[in-house]
Design a protein. Sequence first.
Length: 364
Amino acid sequence: MSKAAELANLIGNINAGGGGVNRNVIINGAMNVAQRATSSTGVGANSGYYVCDRWRIATNTSGRATLSQDSSAPSGFANSYKFACTTADTSIDSAEQFKLEQRIEGQNVQMFAKGTSDAKPFAVSFYVKGNASATYVCELFDEDNSRQCSKLFNVTTDWTRVELTFPADTTGTFDDDNARSLTFGIFLHAGSDRTSGTLNSSGFASSTNANRAAGISSFFDSTDRTFFITGVQVEVGQNPTEFEHEPFERTLAKCLRYYQNAAKGANANELIADSHGHAENTTRVDFIINMYSNMRATPTITKTNNFIFRENGTNRDVTGINLSASASDRRLWIEGTTSGHTDEASGRIYTNGTNFGITIDAEL
């Protein structure tokens, strides 16, 4: 069986609930999967997903950082997510923030029984280090009810395991759906809008911005500043347990529900794998690219550069390209305009330039 077929079978098993339910509700907590890139520079102006899968940067700052998947890691881990300040921001505007976060579907956090008399506490753990001592904030945010709780933690120059317990919350249930219900966040930088109050650390309460990150250091205080994190785990319980490692293929399978590189090619005239199709008539071609997995929701599709239709060794430029996909159909549909080919001819598609790519995005 091919690796692609093995991965497809694994994904199907996870989607069906076979062995895919872990105690850790964080996906890619060991920072092993990085489909988009292994590094990204100049991060700070725009929020988004940059390097390690499922990890989003929520940002509004004049500071800038380079983000990378890094091999520096504590014993038992291969990778960490590294943040390196490249532009300092020592005059902090009130609305500024820089936060690493993971948004979690409601259907994946029902085991906490939040909002009921059987509500369970949240045991949180992760490994961190930096180039100097610092104090940052870990937050759990209930998106369905605008409730949150924050905890301060310290960073040193050595790898340290942080263990935190967030109390059970009997107010406000998590919606049982595929939308965002719980956000795990690490505040590395924040202005007075989020720091001027008193840190809400004793338990979940209605969100007040000023209480979310009080007492925090600023990651952007110096261009020497670095921060590393890995082994992130959020689970039911009073006390955090040992990090739940899993095979790379299993983590990748979970990530593919949210983001996929459906096709890519570094050079011109590369065959786009798993593409097959035909000429609908003498001016239109239809193609299908098989996807690895169902998506969380109807995805956004982005194409970089064009491709060509190759029929019996002859290349035809394809223009007017339309791309479509659904959440439940593991196929990417491609329709384009071309000319000079035989009606109903079969063929494959190839890259028509360097750095070709099609990405499929259903992130929260």
